[in-house]
Design a protein around this ligand. Structure first.
Ligand SMILES: *[C@@H]1O[C@H](CO)[C@@H](O)[C@H](O)[C@H]1NC(C)=O
Length: 132
């Protein structure tokens, strides 16, 4: 049985990869827009952050080999590569449909993989990631 929200999650996924492809193919930031300043290794990722007029709720790849994040709410050339602890954290508790979740859930996910919301209100924001 395919659940509507599962489809929604999958479409968001597809849209997202489509978008990333496009970004990489057509709007690839030159290395200097990302690496305009040296990495600040002990910096703290700021989520969400704005980069090239898009908002990001987790570390991004773009043209760089490894995922990185911005250290300012709007990217200002300060950045770092993401280590495991830098990735966006689940926003517990979060609201999904009519329930409050305090842990990752398989609810509404077609493939039965656990996911969580990255903002307290999934119903409104639809920002999520798979749990490890
Ligand atoms: C951006 O973040 C860097 C690193 O944390 C900080 O040094 C800088 O002051 C911030 N810029 C602004 C305008 O807040």
């Amino acid at each position: 049985m395919v659940q509507p929200v599962g489809i929604l999650l999958v479409s968001i996924c597809l849209l997202h990869s489509l978008f990333s492809l496009q970004e990489e193919d057509y709007y690839a930031p030159t290395m200097d827009s990302v690496i305009s300043k040296p990495e600040i290794e002990d910096g703290e990722c700021v989520f969400p952050f704005w980069y090239r007029n898009e908002i990001f709720y987790d570390c991004v790849t773009f043209n760089a080999k490894h995922k990185w994040c911005s250290l300012n709410k709007t990217f200002q050339g300060y950045w770092k590569y993401c280590s495991l602890s830098d990735y966006a954290q689940c926003a517990f508790p979060f609201w999904f449909r009519r329930m409050i979740y305090w842990d990752c859930t398989e609810d509404g996910e077609v493939f039965g993989k656990k996911w969580c919301s990255l903002t307290p209100n999934f119903n409104k924001d639809h920002i999520w990631k798979y749990c490890m």
